[in-house]
Design a protein around this ligand. Structure first.
Ligand code: ZN
Length: 276
């Protein structure tokens, strides 16, 4: 199943268009996305039983984040070996967890106002929680995941480093969390543990890797985080970025007004964000 947020309305994505969830369920679910995550098992049963005929054409410019107002947003630093190496940091023995404040989230085709000249790209696999996870073993982690999507952990490198290891503000300027284009459930993916991902700036590929190279895999992240605090329906986890960030270049390269940042993950899709 593919689920999209079309201008705030939960929408099932099918061949040729979309199905508005609130209309199709007679207001049982929707119109917002949170209502789907809040009753995830029942929502899946409803969605799986639907006739997959689209009722309208989806305008990509109206797509918003698949989980627009999560209670918690987690992000994991240094979670690919080659990225840790390019930053000169040691590989952490525990997930290096920070937050992106939820107001930073934006749509998969949204324009992003940079505001400062030191903004860097970070393509990431993003997890959205379906059912509450508390003290969950890695072997059962997937059962608590609604699905996967793409994220950009846009980072103001100067602000990120202004307060030592406290990254969160530098990752949370408005629009610094593009997400989408759709939430894709695990059954749609051939191997959710090995997804090619990458991003390009104005067509030049700058990051390219596979989620098979994650230091802490998705199930390990769920087990570790849910061992500390409950993960709630709709919560979002940015799982870390592979090597190829601009700040590791000599000289460093940052995003400029007019740049087009394209981000993709195998089996999920592509986002395209123009920088202003
Ligand atoms: Zn990141």
């Amino acid at each position: 199943m593919r689920l999209a947020n079309v201008a705030g309305r939960a929408t099932l994505v099918v061949d040729g268009g979309g199905i508005d969830v609130a209309e199709a369920s007679h207001e049982c679910f929707g119109p917002d996305l949170a209502s789907a995550y809040a009753h995830w098992a029942a929502f899946r049963t409803f969605a799986d039983g639907l006739d997959a005929r689209p009722t309208f054409e989806i305008d990509p410019s109206l797509l918003c984040p698949p989980s627009p107002s999560p209670t918690q947003v987690f992000a994991v630093g240094l979670n690919y070996r080659a990225h840790a190496a390019e930053t000169g940091a040691e590989l952490p023995s525990f997930p290096a967890t920070f937050t992106k404040f939820p107001s930073a989230l934006t749509g998969p085709f949204a324009e992003v106002r940079l505001g400062v000249p030191t903004v860097d790209w970070e393509v990431e696999l993003v997890v959205v929680i379906g059912t509450r996870a508390e003290q969950v073993d890695a072997s059962r982690a997937w059962e608590h995941i609604a699905g996967l999507t793409i994220g950009q952990d846009l980072s103001d490198r100067v602000l990120q480093r202004a307060a030592g290891a406290h990254f969160s503000l530098g990752k949370s300027r408005p629009g610094f969390g593009p997400m989408g284009p759709h939430l894709v459930t695990i059954d749609e993916l051939e191997d959710p543990m090995d997804l090619a991902l990458g991003c390009s700036v104005n067509g030049e590929v700058v990051q390219q890797s596979s989620t098979a190279d994650l230091v802490f895999s998705v199930p390990e992240l769920i087990a570790t985080l849910s061992g500390v605090l409950p993960l709630l329906p709709g919560d979002v986890i940015f799982t870390g970025t592979p090597s190829g960030v601009g700040t590791a270049r000599t000289p460093p390269r940052y995003l400029a007004s007019g740049d087009v940042l394209e981000s993709w993950i195998e089996g999920i899709g592509t986002m395209r964000n123009q920088m202003l």
